[in-house]
Each structure stands twice: as structure tokens, then as C-alpha cells.
Write a protein that binds this ligand. Structure first.
Ligand SMILES: [Zn+2]
Length: 407
């Protein structure tokens, strides 16, 4: 079965995660895909299990003579984003796509070259889209389908390989995909998440991330008797926001330049709250951003009185780069495997995070590879049959190269 055929099956199963849940998985429906995936792994000759947190794990033993090779893991997630409908997906397969604007069913939405300038490059390929009323679910069911197809082909074509581990995870889209990830149990030496965009993408550099909550305590009296007394929390909050550099926001930065991003602002005379996320590829520069917050808080308190403004800063995730540099072969291997398949690798730093970044920190070096999909998290999600086939070939090339290594 080709990877896209599996994708067409998987996207029919609704697996949206939920933002507000305390537990993992955040939604029981993720088991609706996890369980059949576990069965499919077993049918392909793997030892497989699905645990109470909805992690599917499988292991394909090494073929004779390859037992000394390292164990490589392939990881993809089963959930889809909660922010856009993911139920009742009706995928459309467009053969010989012309590379131009494409109306998405009767939805009134149009996939346009203006919004997705890479579309002309997909001309003559077979394009898969949704009908515009739901997301497609290629993020990350394409990754799951590609890994599954790899395993099937290793088996059917009797290709020599070392031990291969797989893990399909829940709740990646709500930031909890690694919450119960058992690195020891998986037992792999290194791995790859298959959860990126264009085929040939190899991500080994992501943001360092922190979140900051600024709370302002005001002092409210009748405005007619407020002279020299009132402290307007909303105004102080606005002053705080305006004091941050205007050229360091998501809209005014790119490449390796980090930002302060105000995600939420609420308040009145009495109290006000500002929520930020801070991002930078450079760990030192992220620390500087945190220090800027502390400085601003101090100067506000000097002006308005001690305790008026408080900030709470919480680290979120780290750039995998510094850690992955300890095992550069994991990245080189993916780059060489990609080139071997006639695909030019793209190794740009991403302006976000990946589960692989956390896994790398947890001791499983784990760059992120492209799935061949684009426009994730909404109705414009699309992927090509040829792109998915290329990813499967790249995974094969990785497995072959790993099978020739010694632990
Ligand atoms: Zn994803």
C-alpha cells in the first residue's frame, strides 16, 4: 500500500486533541486511531503496544547479521489541532494538478498561489486537499502513514535493517506530546520525528522559549478625587507593553532574530495582566529578553511604588541545536539520505518548537523531518502523493545507512 492510501484511511478517523484537558491523552478519541495503528504494527511483524496515555510503541527486530547496528526510532503524532474542525474529513485527490489556484469543494475557500507560493512547484503532481470545511489531517497522519509504509516495505521486500523502533504519540498539538514519552522503554539510540513540511526538510534548530505573565496591581478611587492617588493598572500595563522594542515582535522579525510576543492583554483600573511568549534561537539572547522584563518591572515599581508590577517567567522548551551538536552524525545521516534520494535538503532553523527538541533534551537526539505537507492547522492543508513517496524513500535511505553502522 502506498503512503497516501494509508493517509486517506487515517484522516477519516477524528483525533483532535483538546487544549483545556489536564490528562494525556486530552481526548479519548485519539485511541480510535492509536489502537488500529497498534494492530497494524503487529500485522507487519512488530512487537507493539498502546499504553494508557495513548502512546503506541513498536519494535521491528534487526535482520540476521545487523544486530549490532544502532536502533533508530521514527516518531509521529496521531492528534490533530483542536482549533479547526477535524471531523468528517473528506479528502480530495487531484491528479495532474495544474499548479494554480484551486477551489476547495463548495466551501468557498480557495487554495491560492498568493498564499502558498510553492504551489506551482507541485504542478503535475497528485495533490491531496480537504473539501475546505475541515483540515486535512496530514499533520501528522502523513508522518504516521510514511513510517507505516516504510515498515511494510522493509518486511515485504526483505530489506536488511537494524532494530527499528516506532512511537506514535498523542497531544503533540496541545504541547503535551512528550509528557509521558518513555525514552528508556523505546530503547532507541536516536530518532527522527516525521512532522515537518516540504520533503527534504531536516530541522535541527528551533527556538528557545519562555512565557511571561506580567500582573499589575492598581489603586482605584473616584476619578474626581484621584489627584496624586489613583494608579490605573490598565494604563501602567499599556506603558509596560509600549516600552518593549517595537522591532522585536513576530511581525517585525525573521530568520534567527527572536521576539517578544504579546499574546493576551486584559485589565481595568484595578488590575491588569499581560501575557507574553519570548523566543530566541540563541539561549543567551533569550536570557537577555528575560532580563529586559525584570528591568522594566523594576523601573515601573520605582515609578509607581513597590509591588505594583510583578512578572512570572517560565521556561518552555529549548533549542535542540546545542544538544544535537553532540551527535552531529544524526543530522548528517538525514542530510545524506535526503541527497541520495535526489532531494535537496532544507535545513533552516524553525521559528517554533518540535517534540524532537524536547526528546533531544530527554536523551533521544531527534531532528524533525518533512512529511511533504503544507498549510498545516487549517482548511488549506495539502500534500502530494509524490512528496509522501519521496519521504518514504528518504526513510529507507536512513534505515540502510543506520544498518551499516555499529553501535
Ligand atoms: Zn504536527
Amino acid at each position: 500500500m502506498r503512503a497516501y492510501e494509508r493517509l486517506l484511511n487515517y484522516v477519516k478517523i477524528h483525533t483532535a486533541s483538546a487544549d483545556d484537558a489536564e490528562c494525556v491523552p486530552s481526548t479519548e478519541r485519539q485511541f480510535d486511531l492509536a489502537r488500529p495503528l497498534c494492530d497494524e504494527l503487529k500485522a507487519l511483524g512488530l512487537t507493539a503496544e498502546v499504553d494508557e496515555h495513548c502512546y503506541v510503541r513498536g519494535w521491528l527486530p534487526a535482520t540476521p547479521g545487523r544486530e549490532d547496528a544502532p536502533c533508530v526510532a521514527f516518531i509521529a503524532h496521531v492528534d490533530t489541532v483542536p482549533d479547526f474542525p477535524g471531523e468528517g474529513v473528506k479528502p480530495r485527490v487531484i491528479e495532474n494538478y495544474d499548479g494554480g489556484d484551486l477551489p476547495l469543494g463548495e466551501s468557498g475557500r480557495v487554495l491560492t498561489v498568493k498564499a502558498f507560493p510553492h504551489l506551482p512547484k507541485l504542478a503535475r503532481r497528485t495533490l491531496i486537499v480537504s473539501d475546505g470545511t475541515t483540515l486535512l489531517g496530514a499533520d501528522d497522519k502523513a508522518g504516521v502513514a510514511e513510517v507505516m509504509t516504510l515498515l511494510e516495505e522493509l518486511n515485504e521486500k526483505k530489506i536488511p535493517h537494524g532494530k527499528v523502533a516506532v512511537c506514535f504519540t498523542p497531544d503533540e498539538e496541545v504541547g503535551r506530546g512528550t509528557a509521558f514519552f518513555d525514552v528508556l522503554r523505546l530503547g532507541a539510540d536516536f530518532g527522527y520525528t516525521i512532522d515537518g513540511g516540504f520533503e527534504g526538510e531536516v530541522v535541527c534548530e528551533n527556538f528557545n522559549a519562555a512565557a511571561a505573565t506580567v500582573s499589575v496591581e492598581g489603586f482605584n478611587v473616584h476619578p474626581g478625587e484621584a489627584t496624586g492617588i489613583m494608579k490605573n493598572a490598565a494604563l501602567i500595563a499599556a506603558e509596560f507593553a509600549a516600552a518593549l522594542p517595537a522591532d522585536e515582535t513576530p511581525a517585525t522579525t525573521g530568520g534567527r532574530k527572536g521576539f517578544y510576543h504579546l499574546t493576551d492583554l486584559s485589565g481595568n483600573v484595578e488590575t491588569a495582566t499581560l501575557r507574553y511568549i519570548l523566543r530566541d534561537h540563541d539561549a543567551g539572547k533569550l536570557e537577555e529578553k528575560k532580563a529586559t522584563f525584570e528591568r522594566l518591572v523594576a523601573s515601573c515599581n520605582e515609578k509607581y511604588g513597590a509591588g505594583t508590577v510583578k512578572v512570572e517567567i517560565r521556561d518552555q522548551y529549548r533549542n535542540m541545536k546545542e544538544k544535537i551538536d553532540e551527535t552531529p552524525f544524526v543530522v548528517d545521516l538525514a542530510l545524506e539520505a535526503t541527497r541520495e534520494c535526489g532531494v535537496t535538503p532544507i535545513c533552516d532553523p524553525i521559528r517554533g518548537g518540535t517534540d524532537g527538541a524536547t526528546l533531544t533534551r530527554m536523551g533521544l537526539p531527534c531532528p524533525n523531518l518533512g512529511t511533504g505537507g503544507f498549510g498545516f492547522h487549517g482548511p488549506y492543508e495539502h500534500i502530494t502523493v509524490e512528496g509522501m513517496d519521496a519521504v518514504v524513500r528518504i526513510l529507507h535511505a536512513i534505515v540502510r545507512r543506520v544498518s551499516e553502522m555499529k553501535k
